[in-house]
Design a protein around this ligand. Structure first.
Ligand code: FAD
Length: 276
């Protein structure tokens, strides 16, 4: 088996204080020698400049940086300009997404789905970029059916994506079942589980409702039961997530992608528990 690949995701900070805090987080996580750091991108270009700037900083520190690029609400010209800028900066990996239109923003723009963005990147830049796409072991909340979602995932791979990162999930079986289904469809690319450290229950519940990730009932009840006891929430979260990561790696997951929320400690704690 190949060595597992680890990567860490950040969002672009909005304030000078956030920029400083993220630089400190990166310094700690860089010691783990990840394959790359990725930076999210607000659909409709709402974080465009800050994503670019954060990617520039990561690159200047000598790390591999992977910008996310969401296409909804955008134009070919705008996406083309960004691709050109990233190529000139020496960026080699892109996370290509559809994104979600911010409420109140009317127009879908020139791309409707992520497979169109993947095709566009290949048409514009050939094989320059390693393209990552999103995968949903518990299925995308807007998909018509699990089968439709799987076939739509396949479109992205057929359009030229090299690998995928999943939405986070807490049920290892959903991942393993999804992988089996992909292999049956002839999808052979690496599909890396996305890992969400558990830090605050209210925030996690909000994210999970929005993105369709299920918090199993027993976990929800336990987390609710801890109330404001953040130490208990973190200890329980660490236990559950370390076990999930162990199971995923033992079952053949090609690596782990951590949604760090710009904090080093929760990811480091899982890492140390795994003894990687
Ligand atoms: P798509 O693959 O286009 O799928 C969206 C929906 O449309 C699915 O229901 C799918 O089944 C359906 N569909 C797809 N193709 C077709 C087609 N050709 N015809 C009909 N139906 C189709 N969002 C951001 O805004 N910025 C980020 O930086 C960001 N990073 C993310 C990173 C990861 C690893 C993940 C898992 C998600 C990320 N997201 C991000 C969220 C993501 O943009 C949303 O989940 C979005 O709703 C779907 O994006 P997608 O690329 O999966 O879309």
């Amino acid at each position: 088996m190949n060595k597992p690949l680890f990567s860490f995701e950040f969002f672009p900070p909005q304030t000078a204080e956030g920029v400083e805090k993220l630089a400190a987080t990166r310094k700690q996580l860089a010691l783990l020698k990840p394959e790359f750091f990725s930076v999210t991108f607000g659909a409709g270009g709402s974080t465009q400049d800050r994503t670019l700037q954060t990617i520039r900083e990561i690159k200047a520190e000598g790390h591999n940086a992977a910008p996310h690029l969401s296409c909804i609400g955008s134009t070919r010209e705008n996406i083309g300009t960004l691709l050109h800028a990233y190529k000139n900066m020496g960026i080699k990996r892109i996370v290509a997404l559809r994104g979600d239109l911010p409420s109140g923003m009317g127009s879908i723009g020139e791309f409707q789905y992520a497979n169109e963005l993947v095709s566009f990147i290949r048409a514009q830049t050939g094989d320059h970029f390693h393209i990552e796409v999103a995968a949903y072991p518990e299925y995308h909340p807007q998909s018509k059916s699990p089968r439709d979602d799987l076939l739509n995932f396949k479109r992205k791979i057929d359009a030229g994506a090299d690998s995928a990162i999943t939405q986070y999930f807490f049920n290892a079986d959903s991942y393993f079942y999804f992988i089996d289904e992909c292999r049956k469809q002839g999808i052979t690319v690496p599909i890396v589980p996305g890992i969400m450290p558990i830090v605050k229950f209210a925030q996690l519940a909000r994210f999970s409702d929005a993105c369709g990730a299920e918090i199993p009932r027993w976990m929800r009840r336990k987390l609710e039961g801890y109330g404001d006891d953040s130490a208990a929430i973190m200890a329980f979260g660490l236990e559950v997530m370390a076990q999930l990561c162990e199971r995923l790696l033992a079952g053949g997951a090609p690596g782990l992608h951590f949604y760090t929320l710009n904090q080093a400690a929760p990811t480091l704690a899982i890492w140390q528990r795994l003894g990687i």
